[in-house]
Design a protein around this ligand. Structure first.
Ligand code: VAH
Length: 308
């Protein structure tokens, strides 16, 4: 059985629904600190879980015959900068709890998301390679980089089959995002629909790697379904779909909402975004397990505006 931790978050809701479709509703136990998300209600078992409570997590894994864990609970980049020590503690201890229980209970597989946030201002900004200078400048990025090192360590040292992806900024409409720097690309759609105007907290030419949630969910499942022998990266795979700037996504939205206008008021998140890559080289994900994105900016924009 699969346990999803952080099942009520932006990724968690959609990943839980996708896993239930694939493996059967009762075979996917959803858990979160928060109360059950409306979209999950009635779709399968739900338990309240604080992943920081290792004993509680261990009991839950045994009681529900869990064989795979997807750990999605984390404090993201923007929120993390407001309380760095808390973000470090939550992002690291949650992972260490899961990795150690995976080792002790000999779980089949573990999934844990990393992020392009592991890269910093000294990494090559264009087509950032899998192996390069990695000097994260946000606590979120530092915790994701450290987490990657722990994942690789538990795999090489204890044989835990833990797999990970460096997600770009993820855009979706089913569940609210949780304090990310890339979340302007979600807000913009809601504002465009409601007010035909959006003031971006990132400057107009801030290019960032981005991905539509359906691609991210499919990448996650394809990675986890791949034969272990094909997984040559046990830190976290670079993953890419598209890159765009606030100006470009604004122009794309304008094709659907002609009266849409934008303004720019960069805030503290500008510095975070400036330290991240403009684009990512995901050659290894394509070579090792056949990754291929299906949504570009035009197709995502059309789908987002149709559904929100
Ligand atoms: C964030 N959405 O902004 C997350 C993601 C690459 C960005 O890690 O913090």
């Amino acid at each position: 059985k699969i346990l999803v931790i952080g099942a009520c978050g932006q990724i968690g809701v959609e990943l839980t629904l996708a896993l239930r479709k694939m493996y059967g509703d009762t075979n996917v136990v959803a858990s979160d600190l928060r109360e059950e998300h409306d979209l999950l209600k009635g779709t399968g078992p739900y338990v309240s879980l604080d992943v920081m409570n290792k004993e509680m997590l261990h009991v839950l894994v045994i009681r529900h015959n869990i064989t795979q864990v997807y750990l999605l609970a984390a404090i993201l980049s923007a929120t993390g900068e407001k309380n760095p020590l808390l973000a470090w503690h939550i992002n690291m201890q949650s992972l260490l709890n899961v990795l150690d229980i995976a080792k002790e209970e000999n779980l089949d597989k573990v999934y844990w998301p990393s992020s392009i946030a592991v890269f910093g201002p000294n990494s090559p900004a264009q087509d950032t390679p899998q192996h390069t200078i990695i000097e994260p400048t946000t606590i979120y990025g530092i915790s994701k980089f450290a987490g990657e090192r722990w994942c690789e360590y538990y795999n090489h040292r204890f044989g835990v089959d833990v797999r990970s992806l460096r997600y770009p900024g993820l855009i979706s409409y089913k569940s609210a995002p949780g304090g990310g720097t890339t979340d302007y690309a979600i807000e913009i759609f809601h504002e465009a629909k409601e007010h035909q105007h959006y003031t971006s907290f990132l400057s107009e030419n801030t290019y960032l790697p981005m991905m539509y949630m359906p691609d991210a969910i499919r990448a996650t499942i394809e990675l986890m379904e791949a034969d272990a022998a094909k997984i040559n990266v046990r830190s976290a795979y670079n993953l890419s779909a598209m890159s765009f700037s606030p100006k470009e996504i604004g122009a794309e939205i304008k094709k659907h909402i002609p009266g849409f206008t934008m303004a720019y008021a960069p805030d503290y998140r500008q510095e975070i975004a400036d330290g991240w890559p403009n684009s990512i080289d995901d050659t290894l994900a394509r070579q090792d397990w056949g990754w291929k994105p299906e949504y570009d900016l035009a197709r995502m924009t059309e789908d987002m505006l149709k559904n929100i």
